[in-house]
Design a protein around this ligand. Structure first.
Ligand code: UTP
Length: 479
């Protein structure tokens, strides 16, 4: 059976009909798979993306920001004075009230491919616990269970997966009885096709399949609003039905994240913000972290790869970096803001990433490129910031809240993450009155792990351990 002539025409109109070149060799299942993928493509939008980001990327550079207009953004710094501490305390009370009223949901994005880590399963299943080997998912889930108990209301969790890792992620949660969570809902993000970097032609991963990849963490917004079938409520509708006003957004790779931090939630609510960002002080001009800045009176994020050196190196008279507010991808969203974005189209700008993408050559043989050969498209969640009317930017300390698992070795790798967790738990133990053996440089020479179900912070730990406890070997404190 030949391919539907209308589809062939449509593809030809956009110069993409080569994707049907193996049609005659496909069985009915393969044909259906390919047709399904092609029908989901927004070809006019894709053509614009290819024109702007693949065939003439210099046009994109011409749109870059004028450095003269970029200013530091207002940030709630870590409190230093008593009056600042009072404001933080009041904010925490406001956040605690929202949690106790059941008005907060957690959104965990876990649809990434984790290519740098090179782990053959969803990154959330990575055994990161320094002693027990608890997974990232377990650590996040247990924090939510513990918070639900503390505030007397379970916190619903919404987890974004991708078509590639959905099955493995949901089975992992099922194997672990959802880690004791009351309400977990998985939702699948969209995909975008990869195209040849020289010609802009769609690449095939197999004779019956396009080379597709997840549409970036910016895909969260449309995926939260999507329905798998017409009579299913979207995640946003489900949240609305449950009386959720605020979404706490976090990413799977940072086990230090203070999920639903009441003070952060409270500052967001007190500012009546559409969106909030947690930031840490950038350590070096070349550090690979996006910075929150202000341009023309409006806040936005500049990705590290787009930040001109002149701006990255700009300093204040005291020698500190002027654009220091590094985003660590921990956000609060007002639900109504997301609904407004979605009803207005909901599409965030698309960015390009030059990558190595294996594909089928013209002859049908697999091509393993030696260098980057393709452009992948993705959207970034922080691009929602310029669309907000009100925002809140809050500083936190890197040592207590940010150590993401990105690489197999070197910085941001299992070794650094486990060390940071042990050091942080060592600090909690000391604050709770224990004595902890340390190396000369202050780091802890063995694994320490405290399950969120045992204690969520140093204050709770203090009520649970014997005064004068000596910790001089690996320890796990669990439920
Ligand atoms: P990263 O951008 O660090 O990507 O994602 P990654 O997939 O973890 O790793 P690399 O770049 O391939 O090595 C940051 C967070 O955003 C999520 C990831 O799962 C992670 O929690 N993410 C990223 C998505 O949920 N979907 C995406 O399409 C991209």
């Amino acid at each position: 059976m030949p391919a539907d002539p209308a589809l062939v025409d449509r593809l030809a109109q956009f110069g993409q009909d080569h994707v049907l070149r193996f049609w005659d060799e496909l069985d009915p299942e393969g044909r259906n798979r390919l047709i399904g993928q092609l029908e989901r493509l927004d070809l006019p939008r894709l053509a614009q993306m290819i024109d702007r980001l693949v065939l003439s990327p210099s046009k994109e550079e011409a749109l870059a920001i004028d450095p003269q207009q970029v200013e530091p953004v207002d940030v709630r710094r870590v409190p230093q004075t008593d009056s600042e501490r009072v404001i933080r305390r009041r904010a925490a009370e406001r956040g605690e009230a929202a949690l106790a009223a059941g008005e907060v949901a957690a959104v965990l994005v876990a649809g990434g491919q984790g290519t740098r880590l090179g782990f053959d399963a969803p990154k959330g299943t990575y055994p990161i616990g320094p002693v027990s080997g608890a997974s990232l998912f377990q650590m996040h889930a247990e924090k939510l269970v513990a918070l639900g108990r503390r505030f007397g209301k379970p916190i619903p969790l919404y987890i974004m997966t991708s078509p590639e890792n959905h099955e493995a992620t949901t089975s992992f949660f099922a194997q672990h009885q959802q880690f004791g969570l009351d309400h977990v809902r998985f939702f699948v993000q969209g995909q975008l096709p990869a195209v040849d970097a020289a010609s802009g032609k769609l690449l095939l991963a197999a004779k019956d399949s396009l080379a597709l990849s997840p549409d970036g963490h910016g895909g969260t917004i449309t995926a939260l609003a999507a329905r798998d079938h017409p009579d299913q409520a979207s995640c946003l509708d489900d949240m609305s039905d449950r009386g959720i006003q605020t979404l706490f957004y976090f990413q799977v790779d940072n086990p230090l994240v203070q999920i639903c931090d009441p003070a952060y939630l409270g500052l967001h609510l007190m500012a009546e913000a559409d969106i909030s960002f947690k930031v840490v002080e950038k350590q070096r001009p070349e550090e690979k972290v996006g910075v929150v800045v202000q341009v023309d009176g409006h806040a936005q994020v500049i990705e590290y790869s787009d930040l001109p050196t002149e701006l990255a190196e700009r300093r204040e008279p005291d020698g500190g970096l002027q654009l220091w507010a590094g985003s660590i991808a921990i956000h609060c969203f007002d639900r109504a803001f997301l609904e407004r974005l979605v009803s207005g189209g909901g599409q965030l700008p698309v960015h390009r990433a030059l990558k190595k993408v294996p594909h089928l050559g013209d002859s049908g043989r697999r091509v393993e490129p030696e260098g980057p050969n393709a452009v992948k498209f993705e959207t970034f969640i922080f691009d929602a910031l310029p669309l907000a009317d009100r925002w809140s930017i809050v500083e936190t300390e890197r040592a207590i809240e940010f150590e993401p698992l990105k690489n197999a070795t070197g910085p941001d790798s299992p070794a650094t993450v486990r060390q940071r967790l042990s050091d942080l738990f060592g600090d909690w133990l000391e604050q709770a009155g224990a004595q902890v053996l340390r190396r000369g440089d202050g780091s802890v020479p063995f694994g320490i792990e405290i399950s969120p179900l045992f204690a969520l912070d140093a204050a709770e730990l203090k009520q649970k351990i014997e005064p004068g406890l000596v910790v001089d070997r690996p320890i796990v404190l669990g439920p």
